[in-house]
Design a protein around this ligand. Sequence first.
Ligand SMILES: Cc1cc2nc3c(=O)[nH]c(=O)nc-3n(C[C@H](O)[C@H](O)[C@H](O)COP(=O)(O)OP(=O)(O)OC[C@H]3O[C@@H](n4cnc5c(N)ncnc54)[C@H](O)[C@@H]3O)c2cc1C
Length: 468
Amino acid sequence: MAEHSNGGRTAIVIGGGLAGMLAVTALVGHVDAITVVERDRYPEGRAFRKGVPQARHLHILLSGGRRALEELLPGTVAALTEAGARSLYLPRDLLTRTPTGWQRRFDERRHLTLSVTRPVLDAVVRERVLRAAADSPTRVEVLEATEAVGLTGDAGRVTGVRVRSRDGERGEGSGRELSAALVVDASGRGSRTPQWYAELGRSAPQEETVDAGLAYATRMYRPKDPDTAPDAGVNIPGWPESPRGAAYVPVEDGKWLLTLSGVRGHHPPTDAAEFTAFSATIGDPYVHELLAQAEPLSPVHGFRDTYNRRRHFERPGALPERFLVLGDAGCTFNPVYGQGMSVAALGALAVRSTLADGGGLRPGVIAEAQRAVARAVEPAWLAAVGADRPYASPDDTKASLGERLSTWYLDRLFARAAIDPVVGAIWRDVFCLTAPPARLVAPRIVLRTVFLPRRPGLPSPPLVVEGA
Ligand SMILES: Cc1cc2nc3c(=O)[nH]c(=O)nc-3n(C[C@H](O)[C@H](O)[C@H](O)COP(=O)(O)OP(=O)(O)OC[C@H]3O[C@@H](n4cnc5c(N)ncnc54)[C@H](O)[C@@H]3O)c2cc1C
């Protein structure tokens, strides 16, 4: 058991999900030992587990995240592909309906995204992280069925984690304290760090929330005849005048996931018959038509907590010494933009680069790493919040003038991107997290977006790739 009496050169990672495993990769080589504290017991095989409830729903790894994952853990994209992940070029392999019509299906090959179920993605990443760690000088131990219930230390410095075993009677095992030189919170969107801060006598980090009130419902299908299965996924995000959406994408083993979504007042049902009926009420009939050629393989699963929430641990005074926050614990997004996993990978990469540049765990380097994580989060945050403002509730953090302008401009840009290969390419660069948002206001993009007349997209889904 890794009980480190004085912390030594050790780290504790709270949460053995995606961000937790990528945190291990970032820290390997910089500490002697890492203890991952994971509330769940990992399932046999690549199966669903309770600690990641969103894993039932469609998850796309954008090209920016795919690149970051590969840089952190070389060979992982091939391992995922081997495990059945489908590679989708955007926009060629994902037909997208915009408010002004269908996006043109350019044969552009800048953005290769991965589509695979979460249990497979998480298991492949976990296996590779732990295998790579076993070949490193850092000892890594995972305490499964162990829940972090608090931090130890004081207002200025975190010295460890209070944990409780979940294998005891009725899940109430005995508690103990683990000490470490660094504690990483990677416990996901349910992170209790603000409460734990209060127990240490600290005030909570500043928080921003923008909630579009979106709900998801997802079901797995298999096309009845694989030979006539669609050759591309379909994405019909909702928009203010048509607030119900659908995304239907291939995943491993010839299966497809259908996620239906809707903002307040339009939540998709979880009853199977009503779910099918709801699919006929979104902004375009194409997905509903495809369902007639597929058989369902699962019940319908719902999900409602889809708000954008950012906690500013990078701001002055917001971080005690020896503490770092990564993944959804720091920033969660409306999932409809498919960014969270990519941001977790980009954040872990930022931590690794900061530690490498700074010569390891010297004083001040963790605060620097947290600022680097915040810079990695920023583009995705601006994109998600800019797009969600029209749906925000009155309780949300108010939009700045800059955000209001960006919502107006993004709306025009999205319409232009659907028909214009130049604007479309930059739009995808930014939304796939491979280029900074500043590219969206490059002079030639502004000119094409603001001054060229608004034109509709295509009237029906483009079944043929342009120029192929
Ligand atoms: C419906 C939905 C769809 C999404 N679709 C996409 C998508 O298409 N593309 C994309 O990139 N992102 C998507 N996301 C976001 C993505 O799921 C998250 O960004 C990602 O899982 C973040 O990883 P994480 O490790 O921070 O958190 P999680 O994956 O949630 O992992 C947290 C881990 O911490 C453990 N844990 C929690 N509390 C404790 C504790 N107290 N002690 C010990 N362990 C604990 C949990 O058991 C779990 O293993 C979606 C999210 C939702 C909700």
